[in-house]
Design a protein around this ligand. Structure first.
Ligand code: ATP
Length: 308
């Protein structure tokens, strides 16, 4: 999905918006955990929630749908440590792709409810078009905030909430190696069987679940099942998933740059998870680097934000 939607589509979705969510500007305090796929956004959101009473609002446009939990890398229930999550696996993938404008309304209403419970809303996920749509004071569905252009547009784009932006970053070569490893782990965890069940449920109607159709893994494995599950097709599908995941990560980092000083001018606080990912690649079970480089500075940033 792109940030640009057809007016007829918008009209349809506007009709479904909760009234209050479209109207006023709010001043809730919101923590936003950004980062490329595989950098540890979900883990950081839980680490924060164990220190500050929080609830997480998912901002990954594929994870909003029910299904394909392994393929789309949803944080497992056991790892959520009881922290409530919103818009995670809630929508029916048969309904169609979620427009950014509708995400803005749904996530805003979740934020409002969380704040009413006197908890901290933590927005976490890798879809930067959704993050922009949710947080910008003004959202124009016909404008692509990530379009190539001359970078910083001169002045800071106004925000709809008080935001504390945390950007979990990892050196590109280290992240690429980790993402390849993660794809192999996903295969071991049952991704292919999950996709087989997905294609079986489609039956004679390929594309029946438009919400999940673009999930990395679906297009790549369609041929494998169509062509009789050959070893060559399997290897090709896994290689394509690795390449597409790396490409997604690069694109996400580019878009994060546009939300920061390279475009919207939002003050992103970067935390470096490179050493933590390297430790994981080296087989270490120690979380020392993660605690030191990611959790400690993030907690300090949130404390400063809430205290200010
Ligand atoms: P845009 O709307 O401009 O395409 P975006 O930043 O809103 O970009 P991303 O979250 O970067 O959207 O997703 C872009 C594509 O990456 C998705 O359409 C999908 O193919 C893939 N993708 C993103 N998240 C996942 C996920 N959790 N699982 C599988 N594939 C994903």
């Amino acid at each position: 999905m792109t940030a640009v939607e057809s007016p007829s589509n918008l009209h349809h979705h506007l009709l479904c918006l909760p009234r209050r969510a479209c109207s006023s500007r709010r001043n809730e305090s919101v923590v936003v955990v950004m980062g490329a796929t595989g950098t540890g956004k979900s883990k950081l959101s839980i680490d924060l929630a164990t220190r500050f009473p929080s609830e997480v609002v998912n901002s990954d446009k594929i994870q909003v749908y029910r299904g394909l939990d392994i393929t789309t890398n949803k944080i497992p229930l056991a790892d959520r440590c009881g922290v409530p999550h919103h818009l995670l696996g809630e929508l029916d993938p048969a309904v169609g792709e979620l427009p950014a404008l509708k995400f803005r309304a749904l996530a805003a209403s979740a934020i409002e409810r969380i704040a009413a419970r006197r908890r901290l809303p933590v927005v976490a996920g890798g879809s930067n078009s959704f993050i922009h749509a949710l947080l910008a004071a003004r959202h124009d569905p016909l404008v692509d905030p990530f379009a190539a252009g001359d970078g910083r547009r001169g002045r800071r784009e106004r925000l709809r909430y008080r935001c504390c932006f945390l950007w979990v970053d990892v050196e590109p070569n280290v992240l690429a190696e980790y993402l390849d490893r993660r794809v192999e782990e996903m295969v071991v965890a049952g991704m292919v069987a999950e996709l087989e069940a997905y294609f079986a449920a489609e039956g004679a109607e390929p594309g029946r679940h438009p919400g999940l159709e673009k999930a990395i893994g679906v297009p790549e494995f369609r041929e494998y099942f169509k062509k009789g599950k050959g070893a060559g097709e399997h290897a090709a599908a896994v290689a394509a998933i690795k390449a597409n995941t790396r490409r997604l990560a690069e694109e996400q980092v580019r878009k994060i740059g546009r939300l920061g000083e390279g475009g919207c001018g939002w003050a992103l606080q970067r935390v470096d998870a490179t050493a933590a990912v390297r430790a994981r690649l080296g087989g270490s079970a120690s979380m020392a680097a993660w605690e030191r480089d990611v959790v400690v500075p993030s907690v300090a940033a949130v404390e400063g934000f809430l205290g200010s």
